[in-house]
Unconditional design. Structure first.
Length: 155
């Protein structure tokens, strides 16, 4: 299922705008923008859970419709009458929250730890090397010691 303008209207509790209206075209543009952001970060959308994808797109666009501008206050005055509209923390564009990214990409949820005991690229790291515990660098020196640990005495 793909998110439609009608889905956005239901999420907002509004009537569906006419198809040829500026509002409908704007909402469709924001739906496309949300999908573009997701595809740019996670790649092909076909591999994502469609229910999660629809939820994230719908919520991101509904939030944009509620607060479309990054202005915090807009005041219009005519003669003695004034109308002030206040927005709360809008980014002025479609934005996908961190918790929504986690919902879309299960790999980003993380885990307690991962221990990889298989040698990498022909290099044998010491069992206590930081790479085995998810580190970004080799702590045993095997990456610079011709494939064997140099910082610890290990066979």
């Amino acid at each position: 299922m793909a998110v439609s303008i009608a889905d956005i209207a239901v999420a907002l509790g509004r009537e569906v705008p006419d198809d040829d209206s500026i509002e409908a075209r704007q909402w469709q543009m924001w739906i496309d923008d949300a999908l573009l952001l997701i595809e740019a970060r996670l790649g092909d959308l076909a591999g994502l859970n469609p229910l999660n994808l629809d939820y994230v797109v719908r919520e991101a666009v509904a939030a944009q419709v509620r607060r479309p501008d990054d202005a915090t206050s807009v005041e219009v005055g005519v003669d003695d009458g004034r109308v002030t509209k206040r927005y709360s923390s809008s980014r002025g564009r479609v934005f996908i929250r961190d918790e929504w990214w986690k919902l879309l990409d299960p790999a980003s949820r993380g885990s307690a730890f991962v221990v990889d005991l298989a040698p990498q690229w022909g290099t044998v790291h010491a069992p206590w090397c930081s790479l085995h515990f998810g580190g970004d660098y080799c702590s045993c020196g095997a990456n610079i010691g011709r494939g064997q640990p140099i910082h610890e005495d290990w066979p």
